[in-house]
Design a protein around this ligand. Structure first.
Ligand code: KIV
Length: 279
């Protein structure tokens, strides 16, 4: 038997990744390996290294455009960078971020997501949300658009919430995040992404969820890991969050660094407890 039916990890040898493969990997306890990319050259390296999911993140506003936040990123920027990445991917699942204010109501979200899929070539959109975005997720899902719901630290709301803060550290915030995750999943989200969430809370949300949960600064007990590409290559400027690990060390090439990251996630040597947050 060939393709994703043979074994959960059979996609590594060539079959394109699908949401179904992600669910099989979750059930088999095999970590899903994710990274961001913003152009074709890096995307090709990630694809060849066996990265399962590539995100064109609005982090491009910070690491590519040099802004202090993701707020200045527009839908046109996202569509442009998504087309660059889409051209290079053969196997990885391509997710594109809906940028700030591009999904403020269901019809705007549908129009924006439509551009990312039809012009950009994305297979899924990611939006930052809580239960307040459930109607938007539902509108996208009922129109056949796969959605990843990003909870925890939501960089697009950094001005409102007082900066880039770990989320869910007290009992009330933790309870709200559990409920937000439940509501977004019920509305049709196919993946959840938890950013800067205490490891124990991320583990609880993952256990309660029926869909795969990807973490960044959310500990090891989630179904997959994502990092910003420039962070694993030691290129990012400014404050280095504790979950960041530079894999471009010891004379490695970029290809070797990406493979080292993928291996570390699959072998569960990344993240270590020191990369996570307590409550
Ligand atoms: O924009 C981005 O790169 C992201 C990751 C940090 C998950 O949302």
């Amino acid at each position: 038997m060939s393709g994703p039916y043979a074994s959960p990890r059979s996609g590594v040898s060539g079959s394109a990744m699908t949401l179904r493969v992600f669910r099989v990997l979750r059930q088999a306890g095999q970590p899903i390996v994710c990274l961001t990319a913003y152009d074709a050259s890096f995307a090709a390296i990630l694809d060849q290294a066996g990265i399962d999911l590539v995100l064109v993140g609005d982090s491009l506003g910070m690491v590519v455009q040099g802004h202090a936040s993701t707020v200045p990123v527009t839908l046109d920027h996202m569509v442009y960078h998504t087309t660059l990445v889409a051209r290079a991917l053969k196997r990885a699942w391509l997710v594109a971020d809906l940028p700030f204010l591009s999904y403020s109501d269901p019809s705007r979200a549908l129009a924006s997501a439509g551009r990312l899929l039809q012009e950009g070539g994305a297979k899924m959109v990611k939006l930052e949300g809580n239960a307040g975005q459930a109607a938007i997720v539902e509108a996208l899902a009922t129109n056949g658009i796969p959605v990843c719901a990003h909870l925890g630290l939501r960089p697009q709301s950094a001005y409102k919430i007082g900066g880039f803060r770990t989320a869910g550290r007290n009992r009330a915030e933790a309870e709200k995040m559990r409920e937000d995750a439940r509501r977004l999943e019920e509305a049709g989200a196919d993946l959840l992404l938890l950013e800067c969430v205490p490891s124990a809370l991320a583990a609880e949300i993952t256990q309660a969820s029926q869909v795969p949960v990807i973490g960044i600064g959310a500990g090891a007990s989630v179904d997959g890991q994502i990092l910003v590409l420039y962070d694993i290559l030691g290129l990012s400027q400014g404050i280095r969050p504790r979950f960041v690990e530079n894999f471009l060390t010891g004379g490695r090439s970029i290809e070797e660094a990406v493979k080292a990251y993928a291996d570390a996630v699959r072998n569960r040597t990344y993240p270590e407890p020191r990369h996570g947050f307590g409550s």
